[in-house]
Design a protein around this ligand. Structure first.
Ligand code: NAD
Length: 375
């Protein structure tokens, strides 16, 4: 089995889909690994490091020709895959809803495209879940980005010159990123509160030593759909939550928003009027900015100032921690492929009827086959 590790083409993408560690492990399974020259540069991995791990360094066309498996962080532009073997596996974060037309092009190329972000949320797949591994780092980095934009300190400090009060930090959306944002805010000494539409997060917020901010006694509060993902809320709930949260936001110094609903635009959590209610010098970080944004006025790729409030909309936050993000992403890919590895064939064998492969397989035999895309 020949595994190719490709350079990323997306603007600003510094991550890479394999590390010397995972390459050694693939070689241990009997695979040969070809790395496109320069693939690790953004994550501080030199070609020589890959070569020392046993990989061959090659041009893109050499890497692609003859590859049985292509590894990427994001989906490669289909026209950059000329010469790919029909039936080759393409394993990456393919953004299937956002890049729907690419899925058709992957099918036309004959590759079997596997979208790692469609990994089901089952215990067996936890170690393969790129959304979790990358969101965790994004939640951490969001708090550091907020701290860097904030002209004040996070912890309370009692000094000879007087007392500095603790920053009030509010996390909206307590999934993987939100939980890490809470923990990071606490480590930095902020006074942390958080909210979510899933009432199950209340206990998690408390267990991290933060204060839950929840609408009570309103229909439709459960908000938990299949696999632990959020579903859309009732209008009644939305109104009540907006009111409670409005009052709370006006008192905050830092707000981190992380709310996503799979396959839909990000829910709007903060209006322009709510931004205006905050003190000048406050900071909002919108981690959902690329999915449409939780915050009115947030701009992807920019830090904008509205009503004296800095709204941070960095794109691709995991890539801002490219070395760690790559290490975890690469392990997610290895954990997936090795779980299906056939020792005799020295290749992965992906069964037709399996919860994991059925969920992530987008294309096969020239067709789009994924239920979420066809449904
Ligand atoms: P996500 O990235 O899809 O969304 C982030 C958070 O935003 C979620 O908690 C969601 O409930 C919340 N949200 C959505 N709309 C909102 C709104 N209007 N207001 C406030 N919050 C809103 O979520 P995620 O990080 O992927 O995690 C979701 C859940 O899945 C968590 O409980 C997580 O622990 C669980 N999970 C399980 C596995 C597994 O078992 N393999 C893997 C990953 C995550």
């Amino acid at each position: 089995t020949r595994i190719a590790v490709l350079n990323e083409h997306a603007d600003g993408e510094k991550r890479v889909a394999a590390t010397p560690e995972t390459i050694k492990k693939f070689i241990g399974l009997g695979a040969a690994v070809i790395v496109e020259s320069g693939a690790g540069a953004g994550a501080q991995i030199a070609d020589a490091d890959y070569a020392a791990a046993g990989a061959t360094i090659a041009s893109r066309s050499e890497a692609i020709a003859g590859a049985d498996i292509l590894l990427g962080v994001q989906g490669p532009p289909p026209d950059s895959l000329q010469g790919v073997k029909p039936g080759a596996l393409l394993v990456a974060g393919l953004n299937p809803f956002g890049e729907r037309s690419r899925v058709d092009q992957y099918a036309a190329l004959g590759v079997e495209a596997l979208a790692m972000e469609f990994m089901p949320r089952i215990t067996r797949a936890q170690s393969m879940d790129i959304l979790s591994s990358q969101s965790n780092l994004a939640g951490y980095k969001a708090v550091l980005d907020a701290a860097a934009e904030y002209g004040r300190a996070f912890p309370m400090m009692m000094t000879a010159a007087g007392t500095v009060s603790a920053a009030k930090l509010f996390v909206m959306g307590v999934g993987v990123a939100g939980l890490q944002a809470i923990a990071t805010g606490r480590r930095l000494g902020a006074q942390v509160s958080a909210t979510d539409v899933r009432s199950a997060t209340r206990e998690q917020i408390l267990s991290l030593g933060a204060k839950p901010i929840f609408v009570e006694n309103v229909k439709g509060i459960e908000g938990e759909g299949s696999g632990g993902y959020a579903t859309e809320m009732s209008d009644e709930y939305k109104a009540a939550q907006a009111e409670l949260v409005s009052a709370h936001i006006a008192k905050q110094d830092i707000v981190i928003t992380t709310a996503l609903i799979p396959g839909r635009p990000a829910p709007r959590l903060i209006s322009d009027a709510q931004v205006a209610s905050m003190k000048p010098g406050s900071v909002i970080v919108d981690l959902a900015v690329e999915q449409g944004g939780n915050v009115e006025g947030a701009v992807a790729g920019e830090v904008v100032v509205r009503h004296g409030v800095r709204i941070v909309g960095h794109r691709n936050v995991p890539s801002r921690l490219a070395a760690d993000a790559s290490a975890l992403f690469a392990r997610n890919l290895f954990n997936f492929l090795s779980a299906f590895w056939d020792k005799e064939a020295k290749a992965p064998v992906l069964p037709d009827e399996d919860e994991i492969t059925e969920a992530i397989r987008l294309t096969r035999g020239g067709q789009v086959v994924n239920a979420r895309l066809l449904g």
